[in-house]
Ligand binder design. Structure first.
Ligand code: NAI
Length: 463
């Protein structure tokens, strides 16, 4: 039996050719293969991976297997899979369950499949957004008698998730608890997933150690920022081909993703405005030269709206009702609830092409909604470029090695990789772009209180 669900295995060769290009742009991952390939520090690890099944993720998967891990994979979003990348991974013998445009029911059944190793339960999770971790922990709580947790779904997502949990409970009683107890650790990719982990820990519901990969400097200050700087406009262009120069674009949120997104739109010639709730980020936006406004003030006049907050109900029905004809609305944060898409369901929808819908408002004005409110850079384009994902994924691999080989030293909780490793990740990416580092003399190092080899900053330094 083939142990994969993908669009078309015939796309494998195309995927493999793109892997060849990506490998040359992912020096961090390739360096880890060289450094650890012989020792196989991940031997015995059975990693359940839930992270956008793209070309870049394929290079991550092949790094994990080169280091000895057994891996099963699904996407963490129904629109983010690159079918040729999934095909090439399936052809290499790694079980993968990911189809661009899969249904929510399929999404949760694929999440379940990543835990179904033949020779024992998964013992590690590599997560992006926290769905894989949540699936196991929620299921175990229901199994322990908290059945009210899945009594009343409040969204389509929950309906599909709860149905999958019920199915697994019926088919294999006790599975969730056994699976939870087998997990040695989880490494989490993104801001939203990290929020969920800290919440779990605060509520005494995190039974294993977790590494917050997002808050490695070489992740959030690079992927979230420079990654979005390249991939946001890419997504809007592929979706709409709209002329960006001269348009008024509104970026909701000016955190790391917002900073990259605003820079992306400005780089394309748009006149960019920002909304924020945090005075520090609002001041940063203003001093970076962006007008800081409220959404109410600009809903009727702007051309492009992008949410980057990781929060819910940011663009609401009342805003969309105010928008002008053919305003473009999209989200680059992790979940689709930043925009009140559910409130649009009773309007007239016209599908323009995959992941692009035109929705008619009561006034007769239409809005163009990208990826039904799911992260548009992965839904409408191909996500961040390889080079920046190499930095993120090098942190992921280091986190997996740390938790697999030394997990026993950690109490349940959420941890960040030490600064020396963060600096190592950056160092691995310098040669590729011709960066020459200066070196501190012993006297200089003493003067600023570091060693010539680093770490060069204290833990509270903010970059
Ligand atoms: P962050 O916490 O640095 O930034 C979010 C910002 O939104 C904060 O400054 C906050 O004050 C602001 N905010 C919150 N509610 C708001 C509201 N109602 N109106 C205006 N501003 C509001 O988080 P970060 O790292 O920028 O991540 C944002 C989201 O993007 C998360 O969901 C994260 O998981 C996701 N993400 C997506 C990526 C992609 O490729 N699409 C890449 C990296 C992260």
């Amino acid at each position: 039996m083939t142990d994969y669900i993908i669009r078309d295995i015939g796309l494998a060769q195309y995927g493999r050719k793109e892997f060849d290009i990506a490998e040359t742009e992912m020096p961090g991952l390739m360096a880890l293969r060289e450094e650890y390939g012989a020792d196989k520090p991940l031997a015995g690890a059975r990693i359940a991976g839930s992270l956008h099944m793209t070309v870049q993720t394929a290079i991550l998967i092949e790094t994990l297997t080169a280091l000895g891990a057994d891996v099963r994979w699904a996407s963490c979003n129904i629109y983010s899979t690159q079918d040729h990348a999934a095909a090439a991974i399936a052809a290499s013998g790694v079980p993968v369950f990911a189809v661009k445009g899969e249904t929510l029911e399929e999404y949760w059944s694929y999440t379940d499949r990543i835990f179904q190793f033949q020779d024992g339960p998964a013992n590690m999770i590599l997560d992006d957004g926290g769905d894989a971790t949540m699936y196991v922990l929620l299921g175990a709580r229901v199994e322990a008698g908290e059945t009210d947790l899945i009594a009343v779904p409040t969204s389509e997502e929950e309906e599909a998730l709860f149905a999958q949990i019920r199915k697994r409970l019926k088919e294999s009683p006790g599975w969730f608890t056994r699976q939870r107890d087998a997990i040695k650790g989880v490494s989490e990719e993104t801001t939203t997933g990290v929020h969920r982990l800290y919440d779990l820990h605060k509520n005494g519901q995190l039974p294993f150690p977790a590494i917050n990969v997002n808050d490695s400097v070489t992740k959030s200050k690079f992927d979230n920022k420079y990654g979005c700087k390249e991939s946001l406009v890419d997504g809007i262009r592929r979706a709409t081909d709209v002329m960006m120069a001269g348009k008024v674009a509104v970026v909701c949120g000016y955190g790391d993703v917002g900073k990259g997104s605003a820079a992306s739109l400005r780089g394309a010639g748009a006149r960019v405005k920002v909304t924020e709730v945090d005075p520090i980020c609002a001041l940063q936006a203003a001093m970076d030269g962006f007008e800081v406004v409220t959404l109410e003030d600009v809903a009727a006049t702007a051309d492009i709206f992008v949410t980057t907050t990781g929060n819910k109900d940011v663009i609401r029905l009342e805003h969309m009702r105010d928008m002008k004809d053919m305003a473009i609305v999209g989200n680059i944060g992790h979940f689709d609830n930043e925009i009140q898409v559910a409130a649009l369901r009773n309007h007239k929808w016209t599908n323009v092409k995959e992941q692009v819908d035109m929705i008619e408002m009561p006034s007769g004005n239409r809005i163009i909604l990208l990826s039904q409110g799911r992260l548009l850079n992965l839904g409408n384009a191909t996500g961040h470029p390889s080079f920046v994902m190499s930095a993120s994924f090098t942190n992921q691999v280091l986190a997996q090695i740390e938790l697999w080989t030394k997990g026993g030293d950690y109490q349940p909780g959420v941890y960040i990789l030490p600064k020396a490793l963060d600096e190592k990740v950056a160092r691995l990416h310098l040669d590729k772009i011709g960066v020459k580092l200066s070196t501190l003399s012993k006297e200089q190092a003493d003067y600023i209180g570091v060693t010539p080899e680093g770490p060069f900053k204290s833990d509270h330094y903010r970059y």
